[in-house]
Design a binder for this molecule. Structure first.
Ligand SMILES: *Cc1c(COP(=O)(O)O)cnc(C)c1O
Length: 242
């Protein structure tokens, strides 16, 4: 077996174990493979193993892989590519062309840009709001108790070319397990609160948990986990930010 197939098997066992611990079905948790810094061939290899959902964190980087992956996005089991990294408003149009979804929506301005660009392409773009629950200033995302978050949620139903699907967060790294769990619980609580306050929005997706903490995220209610390192191995430097 190849390394990737091995890693996937081990990962699947851990996902199933986490689901079992809290009485959830394996079908309730989607696995997103995060392929940033890896070439298109790696995406193709993962797709051949049955993975269909992929995350990339930079527009520019993915633009270099997109043409090669085009056939895989049209087949019988098409792969879907989501942007999960911070997006500058001036790259919104390019992102709409390249991706099926933007999971890192973090400002009203970006929402408006994406909506305009999607309208021009005749597309309806799926989005998740990235919520910042960690106090670390370097982390991207929208503060959930901010005026901008409230305004974005109010505006979203009018942005007809965006299809709101839920929330995403990145938990702080290298902290005690209790803090990680609190972060994931926090995302779920904001989702529940916003779903009640904004019944026109669909907020089913909770994208949380990465290689180090996906089990805790599943236990806290994640419907999607985003896994890079545990599948593909360590990345070369420079893979984190746009
Ligand atoms: C890189 C990245 C991941 C995957 O991280 P791993 O620790 O390698 O599993 C998940 N989510 C986002 C937003 C990322 O940038």
């Amino acid at each position: 077996m190849t390394t990737l197939a091995d890693n996937l098997e081990r990962l699947e066992e851990a996902i199933e174990a986490a689901c079992r611990r809290v009485g959830r079905g394996r079908g309730e948790v989607e696995l997103m493979a995060v392929t940033k810094t890896f070439p298109a061939a790696t995406v193709a290899e993962a797709a051949a193993l049955g993975l269909t959902l992929f995350g990339e964190n930079r527009v520019q980087e993915f633009a270099g892989k997109a043409a090669e992956l085009e056939p895989l996005r049209k087949g019988a089991q098409p792969i879907r590519m989501h942007l999960i990294g911070h997006l500058q408003s001036n790259k919104a149009a390019r992102a709409v062309e390249l991706f099926d979804a933007v999971d890192s929506l973090d400002s009203l301005r970006l929402a408006e840009r994406l909506n305009e660009a999607a309208a021009k392409c005749g597309k309806r773009l799926q989005v998740l709001i990235e919520v910042k629950l960690s106090p670390e200033e370097s982390k991207s995302g929208l503060k959930p108790d901010s005026a901008e978050a409230a305004e974005l949620l109010e505006r979203l139903p009018e942005l007809e070319h965006l299809q709101m699907r839920g929330l995403m967060t990145i938990a702080p790294l290298d902290v005690a397990e209790a803090e990680t769990r609190a972060c994931f619980r926090g995302l779920r609580e904001w989702r529940d609160r916003w779903a009640k306050a904004h019944p026109r929005l669909s907020l089913e997706t909770l994208s949380m948990g990465m290689s180090e903490d996906f089990a805790l995220a599943i236990e806290a209610g994640a419907t999607r986990i985003r896994v890079g390192t545990a599948l593909f191995g360590e990345r070369a430097a420079n893979g984190e930010r746009d």
